[in-house]
Each structure stands twice: as C-alpha cells, then as structure tokens.
Design a protein around this ligand. Sequence first.
Ligand code: NAD
Length: 497
Amino acid sequence: MGRISHWIDGKPWDGVPARHGEVYDPATGEVTGQVDFAGPTEVDLAVDSAARAFPGWRDTSLAARSRVLFAFRELLNTHRDELAAIVTAEHGKVLDDAAGEVGRALENAEFACGIPALLKGGFSENASTRVDVYSLRQPLGVVGVISPFNFPAMVPLWFVPIAIACGNTVVLKPSEKDPSASNFVAELWARAGLPDGVLNVLHGDKVAVDGLLTHPTVRGISFVGSTPVARYVYETATSHGKRVQALGGAKNHMVVLPDADLDLAADAAVSAGFGSAGERCMAVSVVVAVDPVGDELVEKVRARIADLHVGDGRRPGCQMGPLVTGAHRDKVASYVETGVAEGASLVVDGRGHPIDGEPGGFWLGPTLFDHVKPEMTVYTDEIFGPVLSVVRASSYAAAVDLVNANPYGNGTAIFTNDGGAARRFQNEIEVGMVGVNVPIPVPVAYYSFGGWKASLFGDSHAYGPDGLHFYTRTKVVTSRWLDPSHGGVNLGFPRND
Ligand code: NAD
C-alpha cells in the first residue's frame, strides 16, 4: 500500500502527517493507498513555496514559458496511458473513458502553448495627440485550484496550464478520493522544466481548502465540486479579498422532441446517463420526453441498458465501472428506494445488473425511472450516479419551462431534426452549455466551460478565453514621451484631443 504525499517545492514532502485518508480501488473495494492530509503548517509550506517562485516565474519570458508548456504537452501525450491507468485504479471509470479524460486535458495544455499570442494586449497609437495607450495582462500571483473526484486528471488541467502560462504560481488541492493523478502530473511538469515551486500539490480535506481560502498570500481560487461547497468557497474566499470562480453541481436535462431520431436519442441518453457511472457534471440525469414519444423512447433506452457491460474498468469490453466509494454507492442506491416510494415507475433496477468484477467492488448497475415528477427527490437532487429519470412533457414549451425552473444550469441538450426548434431552444434555455443532438456538450479548449445559476458562482467560466481573463489583471498605460510640444501647467482634466 503506497503513501501519497504532498508535492512541495518540486519534490515529495517528507514530513510526518498529523492526519491521513484512505484511497480505494473501487473495483475491488480494497484500500490501495494512504494520502497525507495537510494541516495549516503544510498549507503555509506550499503557499510559501509558490510565493517564492512567483517573482522569477512572472519575469520568465513568454518564449521560455511556452517552451515548458510544449515540453509538458509532449510528456503528457507520451504518458497518457499511464495516467489513464492511474485514474481507473482510484476512480473506477473504465480505461477507455479515462483515456478520453486525459485527451481533453491534453487539449487544455495545447491551448496554453499559444500563450505568447494569447497574452497580446491592445495598442492605440496617437489615442490623443502624441499620446499612446496600451494594455498589459499581468498574473495575479499565487492561485489555488481545488478539484473534485470525478475528473482527477482533466479538471486540474482545466486550470493549471493556463494559470502557469499566464505567469502565476499554483497550489493544487485535488480530491482526497483519487489523489495520485495530480502527483503524476506534477512530476511531468518538473520533467518539462517547470521551476520548483511554480506548481505545488497539497492533499487533504476541508482543512487544506480552508487554509487556501483564507491565506493572505493566495490571490485567486478556482474551484470545482458540489454546489453547497462551491457556494461556501465563493463566499469565504471573496470575503478574504480573492478573485473566485467556483463551479458547482448539475442536473442536466436532455429534451427529446417528437421529430427526433429516437434511436440516436436513446443511444445518447444511455451513453450520457451511464458513462462514468453517471459521475460526470455533464451527465444526462433527466430525459424530457415530449409527447407522444415517451413510451417508445423509454423502451429503446431500457433495451440498451440490458446490454450494458458493467464491471472492472480494466477488463476488456467493460463499458461502466463501479462508483467511487462504498459510501457514495450506498447513497446512490438509496435513491432507487426513494424513487419507488415517491411513486416513480422503476423500469430498470440497477441493483440486479450482472457485474464483471470482484464482489467487494462498489457496484451499482444502471437504473431507469419513468414518469418522474419535478417534486420527487430523484428529480430535485443531484444523485451523481447511474440513475436516469424520464419526465414526460406535454409540449416543447413545457419542456423548456421545466429546464428553466431547475436551480442548476450546467449543461443541456435537445434532440430534434427541426433546425428552427433547436435555434429557439439555444436562445431560450437558461443553461450555460447547450448541445444540439450532442448529449455532453463540453466545449473545446478554445471556448470556455461553465454553467449558469447554481452551477457556477463568480463570473468567469473555466479555461479558454475566460481562463486567460481570470488568471490575469489588466493594466492600461497612457504614455507620452517628451517632444518639443510638451510643457505648460494645465489643471483641467486630461482631454482627449
Ligand atoms: P465535493 O464538493 O465533495 O469536493 C470538491 C472538493 O472540495 C474536493 O477537493 C474536496 O476535498 C473539497 N471539499 C469537500 N467538502 C468540503 C468542505 N465542506 N469544505 C471545503 N472543501 C471541501 O465534490 P466531489 O464529490 O469531489 O465532486 C462531485 C461534484 O462536483 C458534483 O456535484 C459534480 O456535479 C461537481 N462537478 C462540477 C463540475 C463543473 O464543471 N460544474 C465538474 C466536475 C464535478
């Protein structure tokens, strides 16, 4: 059983932790590692390391910074299979899905490689007579990144490459449930030539997070996790004077209009509902079937679920792995009973699904509820597991009203062959990321990722142009160099002429 410790100042921390947590292989249920939990002393060590590294890194030329980013990108690409295997071993998602996550992480590293072009400011010659005006984008300083368990490789890399490319130094606090991916990636950064202290990895729980949120040296916080914690992080860190982007939970609806291709829609509902065992913030958790397609669509989804191969993500052919912990599995399984008690129709009970894995794993097969009503707990709660609800809607308008009334607004999708309906949907829907016949519309790296309403606190989305904006402060310089026309006292407000 391995010890997983902090990465501070370019090397593993060799102190003695006051507390630690256990890391599981979710496919066997066995404890595979012990992760150190940071206390205030370790938080200070990591932040101090980042603060010491900042002046040098800030002044490192764009050319030199981008060379490190290119080298990191190459190493990440070379080691993508190893990283995917680490993700599967601690998260449980199947290897192919983990490889997909690493691929999307790679995209963000590639975007950051273009930092010399991305950081170009504006320049206005002769904005006033013989006066030039131009803008600079400068880093914030030490920033904290706090990430969830469900994308242990991708979510940290939504933030770290662009934060570093902009000249910041970083303390990353990954999820304590699957911490090893972050250490592996930190080593790749070191091999790419990133100076010590520019990236530190601090492991732990709320104590470590609170240490970052309140630390006077930390200037910005990027958080991804559940909505209650995102709200807490936003309120706490902003009240300590920090810039914050806090991405929260989700309840993503997939609207199926009567003219949709129902086979395509059923494929998409099953893929997006049960991929990664439903533990994705962009998972489809509600299918909104607009009359009269409900019965036919539910039958097509049911038939596809029966064929799903659930088991250890390392075994060939497995499509869906276990849940991340035993406690989470039990919580998700309890919703099956709750849904039945509240009157939803249980079409498929995942508790009986065959499993291709060790009995001790944290298993729960795919579950399908039909005739779910908006007041039921299975609808109102973010379950974050393989439980898909179908809500029947009488019309397009009723479907849009349902989605817009939901407190979350992360992702949504519409399935239709009617371009006019799709265009109207993208205009009317109060959700940050929209798919048209695409069930998991995670934006490519040169756009930005983020939801609306209770799915995001703050005004910057993650990565892409918003990431660049979040990790820099703009400075505008108004400049006049002495020439023979200069001189004379003038107490009036500067005129623009
Ligand atoms: P979580 O909120 O439990 O934990 C997220 C991070 O916060 C972890 O690093 C954890 O250690 C820390 N944390 C947990 N409780 C805390 C507390 N009370 N105070 C301070 N820090 C705390 O989330 P999770 O279970 O790891 O991840 C799943 C959640 O993340 C889901 O709600 C999912 O929708 C959401 N998520 C959202 C997005 C998005 O982009 N909007 C992406 C991925 C995951």
